[in-house]
Unconditional design. Structure first.
Length: 572
């Protein structure tokens, strides 16, 4: 590559079309009805059409949560928003999201006034279904617009088009937003907009946008350490290490202004303690109802295995009786271990900060865009793996920024594939109804093929040593286990239901024939019911293995990355 085709990473000038570095464009897959190199507007149309078809699909309690927030912000004065307890689904997002719900409540009140009635709990008329589903699609246009901007300013538009399309069509957004129901696409659009500003060298705008995002949903605090180090080092300090007072004050004042706009009315009313109580309910247990596939899922499963071993062998090990029933059936509440030491919030905080610090140290010394993007991913990753009461949906904080690194080189691409497969599969339990289950599986498989096939031709590298061959083989074996896991998750509930059905039938009422033999009475009829949580546990543990390995893999690649490496992001 000639020097004229590159520019410094932290240049304040955006990339222009005249400076694009072009890769040869691989031939299209003619056997597919479409691929990720079609027009972005065709992809937008196709995606929107599918989401419209999902309007009548299953929706979780989050749907009623957001309907109730429409009613709270529309029917009550702002002074009562964070105090209302009419429904158990109280407002627990930062003020900007509350203002967003207030804005959405205005047209809702004209479409159907019952939508914004505070006492109209669990309202499920077609009007509210169509309206709320539509708001998710329309708000997601923020994500679409930003991803198109990524393509327009990329040094490699062909590859960036694949990545942008993969993000807009991501199964995580389809499952969590358009079936389960949330507004992640909209908020990740803001995050990607902030990342885009960092890529283009506009770091002040990047910091402001991230501050705005924090005031929409506080879970993005997981990413805040990477932003703090990157903006402080690359924007507030000169290359020689001198503090740039003007830049520091500009950034600090801008961020403070965003928070004052968001929290200002509540500061005046003296409601900050109440808001913080809603935003940070530390009384919840270590694990969510369905164990997020992180380190604590593995520790919890290990505790279950050790408890069973101790119970069967009679080993002299102290057992915490309060932990015998805890964590075994996916219930919300304190997680108490029976054999292993119980984890406290302070433990998760220390481990998370320690793991994040490893990446942040390198970011301080190499404050480039690529280093920032990788450290950002690792910060979200560490928070997901080691955080307190992590929701399974938080895996999107890893999958989205990691997608931007997928085409950097083969090491990143393989990490992206492993983490994406495990992460998307970990979201499958959110959708358990038969029709939608078929959709989530088929859609995810198709998405994976449409991303994997074009990208692997760009970045694939043959293993160069025996250790790489072994790792490559083990990773392929791990990925091959997901179809088997899906078969188990699908068939095991049928087996449990069959055992429960026959256990309920008195032995003298069953008549054996040539085609059917009555089963032996189940000596432990409650055993089948006790195993109902097994598919969830298997999913969580198996996905956790891949995600923990993916974190170690990404951290190793990042720490051993040569600063002189000239990958695609290094030329931005």
């Amino acid at each position: 590559m000639e020097a004229s085709n590159s520019r410094p990473v932290d240049s304040d000038k955006p990339v222009t079309s005249s400076s694009h570095f072009q890769y040869p464009t691989p031939p299209r897959n003619s056997w597919l009805p479409f691929d990720l190199e079609t027009s972005e507007y065709d992809i937008l149309l196709l995606s929107t059409s599918l989401k419209l078809l999902l309007f009548p699909s299953y929706r979780s309690t989050d749907f009623e949560v957001h309907r109730n927030w429409l009613a709270i912000t529309h029917s009550l004065p702002i002074s009562k928003w964070y105090y209302d307890t009419t429904s158990e689904w109280t407002l627990d997002y930062p003020p900007f999201f509350a203002y967003f719900e207030k804005l959405l409540s205005i047209p809702a009140s004209f479409i159907d006034p019952k939508i914004v009635e505070l006492s109209n709990l669990n309202y499920d008329a077609w009007s509210v279904i169509a309206y709320q589903r539509t708001t998710v699609i329309l708000s997601e246009f923020v994500l679409a617009a930003v991803l198109i901007r990524f393509i327009r300013g990329s040094v490699d538009p062909s590859t960036q088009r694949i990545i942008s399309a993969s993000l807009f069509l991501h199964p995580g957004f389809l499952i969590v937003d358009h079936i389960h129901f949330q507004y992640n696409g909209f908020m990740f659009g803001i995050l990607l907009w902030s990342i885009l500003m960092a890529r283009n060298g506009n770091k002040l705008a990047s910091g402001i946008l991230f501050a705005v995002l924090l005031n929409f949903k506080h879970i993005y605090m997981y990413l805040a350490p990477a932003y703090f180090i990157y903006l402080l080092r690359s924007f507030c300090f000169s290359a020689s290490g001198k503090l740039e007072i003007k830049n520091f004050l500009s950034l600090a004042n801008a961020v403070i202004a965003v928070f004052l706009i968001s929290f200002g009315p509540f500061i005046v009313m003296g409601q900050i303690p109440q808001i913080l109580l809603r935003l940070f309910p530390f009384t919840r247990g270590l694990n969510h109802a369905y164990w997020a596939p992180n380190v604590w899922a593995l520790v919890t499963a290990a505790d279950r295995v050790l408890l069973r071993y101790v119970s069967r062998t009679g080993a002299e090990v102290a057992i915490n009786l309060s932990g015998v029933a805890s964590t075994s059936r996916g219930l919300v509440g304190d997680t108490v271990f029976a054999v292993l030491p119980t984890i406290k919030p302070i433990h998760t905080f220390i481990i998370t900060v320690a793991c994040q610090s490893i990446a942040l140290v390198k970011l301080w010394f190499t404050p480039t865009y690529k280093s920032f993007l990788t450290a950002l991913t690792l910060c979200g990753y560490a928070s997901f793996l080691f955080g307190w009461h992590v929701h399974e949906k938080a895996i999107l904080l890893v999958l989205v920024p990691l997608s931007l690194l997928a085409a950097e080189r083969h090491a990143y691409f393989r990490t992206f594939i492993l983490v994406s497969v495990a992460g998307v599969f970990s979201l499958f339990p959110l959708i358990f109804t038969p029709g939608e289950s078929v959709v989530k599986v088929l859609y995810s498989v198709l998405w994976l093929l449409l991303v994997y096939l074009p990208l692997t031709r760009r970045v694939y590298e043959y293993p160069r040593s025996l250790s790489f061959v072994i790792i490559d083989t083990l990773e392929k074996i791990y990925l091959a286990g997901f179809p088997l896991l899906q078969a188990f998750v699908t068939l095991f509930p049928l087996y449990v239901a069959r055992r429960q059905r026959f256990s309920a039938v008195p032995p003298d009422t069953c008549i054996s024939t040539d085609d059917f033999i009555c089963p032996e009475p189940d000596p432990h009829p409650a055993g089948a019911a006790a195993m109902e949580f097994l598919p969830l546990m298997m999913t969580s543990v198996y996905c956790a293995i891949g995600l923990v390995w993916g974190f170690c893999r990404l951290m190793f690649v990042y720490l051993n990355e040569e600063t002189t490496y000239q990958g695609p992001l290094s030329r931005i």
